[in-house]
Design a protein around this ligand. Structure first.
Ligand code: SF4
Length: 303
């Protein structure tokens, strides 16, 4: 934002406010949340909150791969989620997954292997494997947890209620859910009863995701919910503690953790605030990719 043109600043603030209100409408808001009577307008100083503040990207960064040691948008000094200075010795962050030794295989080859996979018990109860939807050439990738009943039935990720909300969030970013993003999950087969995936199931399945990401090379990743964050970044911290913080996947791809759409759909006292925070996270992603509402993030097709 220009700092010497008050009219330009005002216009940008107004555009941001308008985008937020449109996002609220897209995601089902019917009113503006009010502060309870007697509540203080300003929060008390909170060092924990301040520690998690979103780092301000520098305006004119060099391409990521050209300057791997200095990602302007994610300061190298950022600590891992688990590395609280006072407890770092007793609670170190788990080591990140190792990169595949071989060059990535083509997506259809990986997908065919997934379709026949029996590496974990989930293959016994699946109807379909669920690989991805969207555009493999897109710059932005959304990663969720695992297929639900609708996804298992249709063989596509995020096609149920949570998927409909995710699409609304993507549209609110000014993007097309089919053309401008790539959507997949940590786990490719539905856990029975939508239970949380077991660690051994995640361990068996996540190499497929690493290969997918190595193949599509997104410019940014949005992780949706605890399982996605834990699976890709190796942290055990909950999503409420890690959302809104830029991290790097394998040292090069910026990753933004945020709430899973199914959490945003769940009625709760925190729902309005969570939706607001999710929108802030998506705005940070838009800024990272240099998007304004209405812009497109897809790269030219490889075909
Ligand atoms: Fe294979 Fe993953 Fe399905 Fe398990 S969940 S059977 S590892 S594709």
């Amino acid at each position: 934002m220009s700092t010497d043109d008050p009219r330009a600043m005002l216009a940008e603030v107004a555009a941001s406010l308008r985008a937020y209100l449109e996002y609220q409408v897209e995601t089902g808001a019917t009113g503006i949340p009010r502060r309870p009577k007697g509540a203080k307008p300003e929060r008390a100083p909170d060092p924990e909150h301040d520690r998690r503040a979103i780092p301000e990207p520098e305006p004119a960064r060099q391409p990521e791969r050209a300057r791997p040691a200095e990602p302007a948008f994610v300061p190298a000094a950022l600590p891992p989620f688990d590395a609280e200075p006072k407890r770092a010795a007793t609670a170190p962050a788990p080591a990140p997954p190792k990169p595949p030794a071989a060059p990535p295989r083509a997506l259809p080859v990986i997908q065919a292997e997934v379709a026949a996979c029996t590496k974990c018990v989930l293959h016994e109860t699946r109807t379909n494997t669920v690989f991805s939807r969207g555009n493999p050439a897109a710059a932005l990738c959304f990663i969720g947890e695992a297929p639900g009943a609708d996804e298992d039935e249709q063989g596509k990720p995020f096609v149920g209620r949570a998927g409909q909300l995710l699409d609304k969030m993507i549209v609110a970013m000014g993007l097309d859910p089919e053309k401008d993003v790539y959507v997949c999950n940590i786990i490719k087969c539905r856990p029975p009863g939508n239970r949380k995936p077991e660690p051994n199931e995640t361990e068996a399945c996540i190499p497929y995701l690493h290969e997918q990401l190595a193949s599509i090379q997104p410019k940014a990743i949005v992780l949706l919910g605890n399982t996605a964050v834990g699976g890709l970044l190796g942290t055990k911290l909950g999503i409420t503690k890690v959302r809104g913080q830029w991290k790097l996947y394998r040292g090069s791809i910026p990753v933004m953790p945020t709430y899973h759409p199914s959490y945003l759909l769940r009625p709760s006292a925190q729902q309005a605030e969570a939706k607001k925070q999710a929108w802030e996270d998506l705005q940070a992603v838009m800024k990272q990719l240099g998007l304004n509402r209405g812009a497109r993030s897809a790269r030219p097709s490889k075909d």
